[in-house]
Design a protein around this ligand. Sequence first.
Ligand code: SME
Length: 160
Amino acid sequence: MTTDYRMLEEQVAATITGESDVLAISANFVSVLASELPDTNWCGLYIVRNDELVLGPFVGKPACTRIALGRGVCGTAAARGETLRVDNVHEFSGHIACDTASESEIVIPLRASQRVFAVLDVDSPSKSRFTEVDQSGLESICRRYVARLSELRDNLIEFI
Ligand code: SME
């Protein structure tokens, strides 16, 4: 399952530079990824608010609205400040099942001034869907998205 991440990043860049409203940008950001990443069933943002993650723009089935920092794949990635690639979510202790179809997952923390302010979560119905190539491609795309948000907001904590 290969994705041309250079092309996808250009597509994302075109989507997020033509608008200045962070909610509109963020909604289209996850929609472009959900549309272009094959074999995925959920793609969205969780925003850091106080000590928890709160559901933001997403594409997929309804999901849990709040996740404590340190809980689940999302909360763990946010607390550690590092990308988590989970090949089999059933083997991840504390995994939170929002869509029972999900088998593997990647969560990428978004940070500004050393602080994690949100995470991007992408789920797949296939085990081991996300490779190192997906990770580096998505991390680069996330940096682009964060750079655009930084042009629009002085402080990205609770940016939506
Ligand atoms: N599986 C995530 C919860 C969010 S849903 O996948 C959309 C987790 O364990 O944190």
